[in-house]
Write a protein of this length. Structure first.
Length: 280
């Protein structure tokens, strides 16, 4: 934290808010892949038995942000079961996002993931949906900035090594849907229903990303950039990004049949990879 003056300013203030049990840095800044304009994503973890004091948090934020009148800090739960709540802020000219998480609920989800139990949920902002394993991935990839009681450290220890039961559950949940989505799109070819076809193509590609991340023991916490990341994995399909771009060019040109053929080849290669990994 010391090398980032903005975090050095923010963290002590947020840590003083009643109910804030831990603060983590997430996103690209935690992974070391950020650029100058990247958001600063901060997770505020609380215990279920010690409510997050939203009024005090609003007061703390007002003293940090560039424009207090533009800052909106939500109650817990306003953004739904899985995003929970938080704030989008501008501090020192940088975009800072706060996200709430319950330590106790995250701990339960991590235990479930380690047992091969996952769930998928409709969630605005996540076009493919919100997979419960994202919460485990957030812990695995974050950097703790304030963890006085070691809550985050204890959860992080459960994320490594990547659980084989989670890998198997993700492959089982998403591999079959790749071909299912393609076949659904093909049913719409005679109607030229571009919107439906594009939606099915997106689902097929998102499922490919889920499978490749799982096979490589990597946590997928956001669909954004997932296929580009998957192209560089040890276990992957060749020229993934280029071929995906080809799918979208074909769909854009209304050459839907060709797009589905491209997707079928990708699906077949992913299926072969899964078979090889299963036999290993």
């Amino acid at each position: 934290m010391s090398h980032d003056p903005l975090l050095a300013r923010i963290i002590p203030v947020l840590a003083g808010v009643p109910g804030v049990a831990a603060i983590v840095l997430g996103g690209s800044r935690a992974r070391g892949t950020a650029h100058e304009a990247s958001d600063t994503d901060l997770g505020l973890y609380f215990r279920d038995g010690a409510a997050l004091d939203i009024d005090r948090l609003r007061d703390a934020v007002a003293g940090l942000v560039d424009n207090p009148t533009a800052a909106h800090v939500t109650p817990v739960g306003e953004w739904g079961r899985w995003i929970v709540g938080g704030a989008w802020l501008a501090i020192g000219g940088r975009k800072v996002d706060l996200l709430y998480r319950s330590i106790d609920e995250v701990a339960d989800v991590i235990d479930a993931c380690r047992n091969g139990e996952i769930s998928m949920h409709y969630q605005p902002g996540h076009p493919h949906g919100f997979c419960s394993a994202i919460w485990m991935g957030e812990i695995a990839l974050c950097r703790a900035l304030h963890d006085p009681d070691g809550f985050v450290a204890a959860l992080k220890a459960k994320t490594s090594p990547y659980p084989p039961a989670l890998r198997d559950a993700l492959v089982r949940r998403f591999q079959w849907e790749i071909l299912f989505a393609i076949e659904n799109a093909e049913l719409a070819l005679p109607r030229g229903d571009s919107t439906h076809i594009a939606g099915c193509a997106y689902r097929a590609l998102a499922c490919i990303a889920q499978v490749l991340f799982a096979l490589n023991g990597q946590y997928l916490i956001n669909e954004k950039g997932a296929l580009a990341q998957a192209e560089n994995f040890q276990v992957t399909v060749r020229d993934l990004v280029g071929r995906v771009a080809g799918v979208w060019r074909q769909i854009g040109a209304a050459d839907h049949t060709a797009a589905m053929q491209t997707l079928r080849v990708l699906e077949n290669e992913v299926r072969e990879i899964v078979g090889r990994v299963s036999e290993a």
